[in-house]
Design a binder for this molecule. Structure first.
Ligand code: G16
Length: 579
């Protein structure tokens, strides 16, 4: 009997505006508010023109966090009822974000729905998120997310096929006859690990990497999946195919609550990995976030590579990656708060450099227009134009390709880089879950302050250092491809020596507001100093100007990340991490 398609009345919610990377809320919001999930999914489908949607292919997968399965069941029922012809779903409903981008492109889908809140904690008390990616495989641009939000605000009904049940555990095709539809609705459960592995095989020299990882003089790796989605990809690609021993992949079983941890690959939340590398047994380490699109790179003894430096080093060694030998290099890009280390490589190699707002979606147009090959963000995302998402495992293989070619350690490669270009010291302070009104008021006051003409040329003295404001503005971006303007993308104070203080409100939190302060400073001579000590005067200025502690009642950041391990003994590093 054909399955029935129903139209169900509903009432709109005012708070379904997608943030930096989709809609992120506490799990209980999705569970306790009637049709909260259904409304948002309907808004996504309704945002796609009916002619494009009818009979189309859509990809669905998630990072396996709590509520992933429930959401997929609903999405399948709603996709069928909304005229989608074919759904491609990851085995057991799980796919990493880069794999989804790859699969959307491979199957020429009109888009994909990604169920992830990335690095935010999971489990019944954690976060859940929904993101829509378009046909190019990348996160929907602001025009699309604004449309989804507008539709959600007036949502009155949704379409659903409530009796449709799909088996996510069995690879292959399942078909369903629907009432009043001529063609059956098809679901294909795919092995996304294989599709993604195949993509990487065409980018990197797997024979060279295999020799590095399992040949005669092989190096030792430790890869921490942080119980996110990346585990099966690490095991198949790094262990089975490239020959890393099984025990080099730790925390590689995906869990609904990420084992109770924060799947955020940084020195605070991946501290166990850093700690376990202290003994010098491993030459290279990496940790991944919940949905596998970010990674943190470590050298021997836990030598830390900031994401800003990481993309700059990859850029400087880009032809160690065979893919770029074929495509050539069209351009580099970084998000505005990311340090300017990449700019120096771009300048030296005479390659165009783009500075975009925070959010991977801003790189997509440049890539589609053939103007961008490699990009990165301070938030541990790095990637190329092979897909339209940042790619944690790709970044690891990029680094390993450099190691294999140069036959040097991570530390030596980075130090050589600083000697060649100078060093951009970088740090970021996060104040999580602060009062929204206090945070907004602080940003508004800061904006007024820096807009005042008298602010430029103002001097700040801390200890024996004097900083003079050269430029201060609210970052605004005009997309070079379609001329779309994105306003209010963070407040910048740039000093005469090139140092910067940047204030931004995060767009990925689920509770209250998260204030981020980014600080960076360039040094040509003193390149082996401690990051926190080097940036301390600027941090003092940043806190003084904003009165952040006074306004939020906090005495320090929630976590202090991206600190340098170079000089401090590890015990001190963690003292700095926690306030
Ligand atoms: C998302 C975006 C990134 C961005 C990050 C942090 O990543 O795709 O481009 O850098 O959020 O954004 P915010 O500073 O607004 O919290 P993900 O991995 O969380 O989807």
């Amino acid at each position: 009997i054909p399955l029935q398609v129903l139209t169900v009345p509903t009432a709109p919610y005012p708070d379904q505006r997608p943030g930096t990377s989709g809609l992120r809320k506490r799990v209980f919001v999705f569970q306790s508010r009637r049709n909260y999930l259904h409304n948002f999914i309907q808004s996504i489908f309704s945002s796609i023109d009916l002619r494009d949607r009818q009979g189309s292919t859509v990809v669905v997968g998630g990072d396996g966090r709590f509520f992933n399965q429930t959401a997929i069941e609903v999405i399948v029922q709603m996709a069928a009822a909304n005229g989608v012809g074919r759904l491609i779903i990851g085995h057991n409903g799980i796919m990493s974000t880069p794999a989804i981008s790859c699969v959307i492109r491979k199957y020429k889908a009109i888009g994909g729905i990604i169920l992830t809140a990335s690095h935010n904690p999971g489990g019944p008390d954690g976060d859940f998120g929904i993101k829509f990616n378009t046909a190019d495989g990348g996160p929907a641009k602001e025009g699309v997310t604004n449309k989804i939000f507008q539709i959600s605000r007036t949502m009155e009904e949704f379409a659903i096929c409530p009796r449709l049940r799909v088996d996510l555990t069995t690879l292959g095709r399942q078909t369903f006859d629907l009432e009043n539809k001529f063609k059956p609705f098809t679901v294909e459960i795919v092995d996304s690990v294989e599709s993604y592995a195949n993509l990487l095989r065409n980018i990197f020299d797997f024979a060279l990497l295999k020799e590095l990882l399992s040949g005669k003089n092989h190096i030792k790796l430790r890869l921490d999946g942080m119980h996110g989605v990346v585990g099966p990809y690490v095991r198949r690609i790094m262990c089975e195919e490239l020959g890393c021993p099984a025990n080099s992949a730790i925390n590689c079983v995906p869990m609904e609550d990420f084992g109770g941890q924060h799947p955020d690959p940084n020195l605070t939340y991946a501290a166990d990995l850093v700690d376990s590398m202290r003994d010098g047994q491993c030459d290279f380490g990496a940790a991944f976030d919940g949905d596998g699109d970010r990674s943190m790179i470590l050298g021997k003894h836990g030598f830390f590579v900031t994401p800003s430096d990481s993309v700059a080093v990859i850029a400087d060694n880009i032809f160690c990656i065979p893919y770029f030998q074929h495509t050539g290099v069209r351009g580099f890009a970084r998000s505005m708060p990311t340090s300017a280390a990449l700019d120096r490589v771009a300048k030296a190699t005479k390659i165009e450099l783009y500075e975009t707002p925070t959010g991977w979606k801003f790189f997509g147009n440049l890539m589609d227009a053939g103007r961008l090959s490699l990009c990165g963000e301070e938030s541990f995302g790095t990637g190329g134009d092979h897909i339209r998402e940042k790619d944690g495992l790709w970044a690891v293989l990029a680094w390993l390709s450099i190691l294999a070619t140069r036959r040097q350690s991570v530390e030596d490669i980075l130090k050589d880089h600083w000697l060649k270009y100078g060093r951009n010291y970088f740090t970021r302070y996060d104040y999580e879950n602060v009062d929204i009104d206090a945070a907004c008021e602080m940003m508004e006051d800061l904006e007024l302050m820096i807009a005042d003409k008298a602010f430029v040329k103002q001097r700040f003295a801390v200890e024996d250092k004097i900083y003079q404001v050269e430029k201060a503005d609210t970052f605004e971006y005009t997309d070079p491809v379609d001329s779309t303007i994105s306003r209010n993308q963070g407040l910048r104070i740039i000093f005469s020596d090139g140092s910067r203080i940047i204030y931004r409100l995060s767009g990925t939190g689920s509770d209250g507001a998260t204030v981020r302060i980014y600080i960076d400073s360039y040094e040509r001579e003193h390149i082996f100093e401690d990051t926190q000590a080097t940036l301390a005067p600027l941090a003092t200025i940043a806190l003084k100007i904003s009165q952040l502690h006074h306004r939020t009642g906090r005495s320090g950041p929630s976590k202090r990340r991206y600190i340098s391990c170079q000089k401090l003994p590890f015990s001190n590093v963690f003292l700095f991490c926690f306030f």
